[in-house]
Design a protein around this ligand. Structure first.
Ligand code: F6P
Length: 366
């Protein structure tokens, strides 16, 4: 038992899946059992499992052999906001606050406290449950690395690695055919994945939402390279990037999602525009998509996830409910969810990473 009487905890993973989720689940379960001798259950499909009371026992056997696996063994959902949940009533589909049912289920199951693993949407609900008195702590997750307060989220490093690998491969065709190759990466409204993979993958141009691009600058860079005998160029563009005075390209609206906008397609648009401008040179675009969210977590992410998982259990033991574990200047710390939710961590156009990219001749399109 924990020093505050906690005997049983629940875990859920919400939002898009992300490499490292299983490593967090494993670290939470092992720490809870080995250090505190308490029970752990995992609610299935994020908050949905709290509402339907669908859970599995997490023990040393369940979490054995999962650290290197992508995804989450307790599944996830980025639609099920229990404070605004879609239910059928009298033959009609309505939105309802069903959070009290989830709280009742926790009481019924004798779950004393929760660990909620997720990005901004998931953490918003965690904050709302904390406001209703549920004892919980949160763990920050997203490949986008856009959560405020923490230096880095797990999954980001793995996504950057996949994007860098993709850039290595795109160089082959770019060089062989003297083409301009564009890679569109994820990141929502931030350019962290594009910036880091672009630097690591030797891109010539990196376009991010934080710095609206001017297509003439991109063309100038391609032409400058041609004058220097480089007849190919590599461009990384974040899905949320926009031209100066332009709009984001929306791929899809997912109506029942708390954050319904799905970005995608700006790379294809840029390819069409560039090809007209630099004819007869050909331009191709690859949209990396969910490839960068899947697969095995990197070593860095496994360690980060394990640190987060251990720290989250310890926060519960210390009665630090309503907080999210975070990393500040490399050290484990925590911050109250009230100060985390709704704050997006953007790339600083004046920051060191942008400066580094520019210093080695990469164009940011401005
Ligand atoms: O937040 C993670 C993320 O992969 C974003 O980078 C991307 O915009 C979005 O989720 C895609 O969501 P979905 O999996 O619903 O298409």
């Amino acid at each position: 038992m924990m020093q505050n009487g906690i005997k049983k905890i629940g875990v859920l993973t919400g939002g898009g899946d992300c490499p490292g989720l299983n490593a967090v689940i494993r670290a939470i379960t092992k720490t809870a059992i080995l250090q505190y001798n308490i029970e752990v259950v995992g609610f299935l499909f994020g908050y949905k499992g709290l509402y339907t009371n669908d859970f599995i026992t997490l023990d040393l056997k369940t979490v054995s052999g999962i650290q290197h696996k992508g995804g989450t063994i307790i599944y996830s959902s980025n639609k099920d906001n229990l404070f605004d949940y879609t239910v059928e009533e009298n033959g009609k589909v309505v939105k309802k606050d069903v959070s009290d049912i989830a709280i009742e289920n926790l009481k019924k199951d004798e779950v004393d406290a929760m660990i909620i693993v997720g990005g901004d949407g998931t953490l918003t609900s965690a904050r709302d449950f904390a406001r209703k008195g549920v004892k919980l702590v949160a763990v920050p997750k997203t490949i986008d690395n856009d959560l405020a307060v923490t230096d880095v989220t797990f999954g980001f490093n793995s996504a950057v690695d996949v994007a860098t690998y993709a850039l290595n491969h795109l160089h082959t065709t770019a060089e062989s055919h003297h083409r301009v190759m564009i890679l569109e990466v994820m990141g929502r409204n931030t350019g962290w994945i594009a910036l880091e993979s672009g630097i690591a993958g030797s891109a010539d141009v990196i376009l991010i939402p934080e710095i609206p691009y001017n297509i003439d600058s991109v063309i100038d860079k391609i032409k400058e390279r041609e004058q220097n005998g480089k007849l190919f160029s590599i461009i990384v563009i974040a899905e949320g990037a926009t031209p100066v005075n332009g709009e984001r390209v929306i791929q899809k609206i997912v109506e029942d999602s708390p954050d319904p906008i799905r970005l995608g397609g700006i790379g294809t648009k840029l390819a069409e525009e560039l090809e007209k401008a630099i004819y007869p040179r050909e331009v191709r675009c690859t949209i990396l998509g969910h490839i960068q969210r899947g697969g095995s977590p990197t070593t860095f992410d496994r360690i980060l996830s394990t640190r987060y998982g251990v720290a989250a259990v310890n926060l519960l033991n210390e009665n630090l409910f309503g907080n999210m574990v975070c990393i500040e200047n490399g050290k484990m710390y925590y911050e109250h969810l009230e100060n985390v939710v709704g704050r997006v961590k953007k790339v600083d156009p004046q920051g060191e990473l942008v400066y580094v990219a520019k210093s080695i001749g990469i164009s940011l399109g401005n």
